[in-house]
Design a protein around this ligand. Structure first.
Ligand code: PEP
Length: 253
């Protein structure tokens, strides 16, 4: 049985004072929550702070990207083992902002995914189509291509220790959420594509939805058959809202 996961993506937000308040609130609130894993993916400089505050709690943490290189002469790059050094469980790879703003190609995302998993991190692989791609009817082509790029490098078995986040680009930070039916259709497509290669890996894979998730729409999204939680941007910066989203993922009896 797949568990539920709700991961916050703080993006380039935060400072030591605000983070402490947010992390302490999330930590306290998560202590009484069962059946959902809560995670926060913080900017690199704040990993030590996350580790210090969340270290003995149920909340886990991760990076928002990772280098595909190992140690060496790669000025500015942060390696997978640096993330594990700071206790990270997760590393987001292929976020649409990395793809669009920093030019991360499918091949580069696949190399990052591979470096992360080899270091023992659980990659959270983001996939998703732009508005133009959706309107042109090529959502499945785009998402299929993004997934295949990973499997070509790491193999389908690597997805047994990974998370996929379906994040339609047009829904990220726009306030425009995919309908539960739209999201479910793409999640089912993702699971079926993987099932064609390995049914057991597909059945166990957590597939998160991301894109303007709020407490108000989370219950309906998370109750879809193939939606196993969320990747949360803006709303993860507000402790009460983030934890309400986490609670929306608690399995109903
Ligand atoms: C994200 O950054 O991955 C995201 C889904 O952002 P938001 O929730 O703000 O749309």
């Amino acid at each position: 049985m797949r568990g539920k996961l709700v991961a916050g993506n703080w993006k380039s937000n935060g400072d030591l004072v605000a983070n402490r308040r947010l992390l302490e609130q999330v930590r306290a609130s998560a202590a009484s929550m069962h059946g959902v894993e809560a995670a926060v993916c913080v900017p690199y400089p704040y990993l030590a702070q996350a580790q210090q505050i969340l270290g003995d709690s149920s909340v886990v943490w991760g990076g928002q990207d990772v280098s595909h290189f190992g140690a060496g002469a790669y000025t500015g790059a942060v390696t997978s083992t640096m993330l594990t050094d700071f206790g990270c469980k997760y590393a987001i790879v292929g976020h649409s902002e990395r793809r669009a703003v920093f030019g991360d190609s499918d091949a580069l995302v696949a190399a990052k995914f591979d470096a992360a998993r080899k270091a023992g991190l659980t990659p959270i692989l983001c996939v998703g189509e732009s508005l133009q791609e959706r309107e042109s009817g090529v959502t499945e082509t785009v998402v299929g291509r993004q997934l295949d790029a990973i499997m070509a490098v790491s193999g389908v078995a690597a997805l047994a220790r990974a998370v996929v986040a379906y994040e339609p680009v047009w829904a990220i930070g726009t306030g425009k959420t995919a309908t539960p039916a739209q999201a479910q259709a793409v999640h089912a497509f993702i699971r079926n594509r993987i099932a064609a290669l390995d049914a057991a890996v597909a059945a166990g894979l957590q597939i998160l939805y991301g894109g303007s998730v709020k407490a108000a729409n989370a219950v309906e999204l998370f109750s879809q058959a193939d939606i196993d939680g969320g990747l949360i941007g803006g709303a993860s910066l507000v402790a009460d809202e983030f934890m309400a989203i986490c609670r929306a993922a608690v399995p109903r009896a």
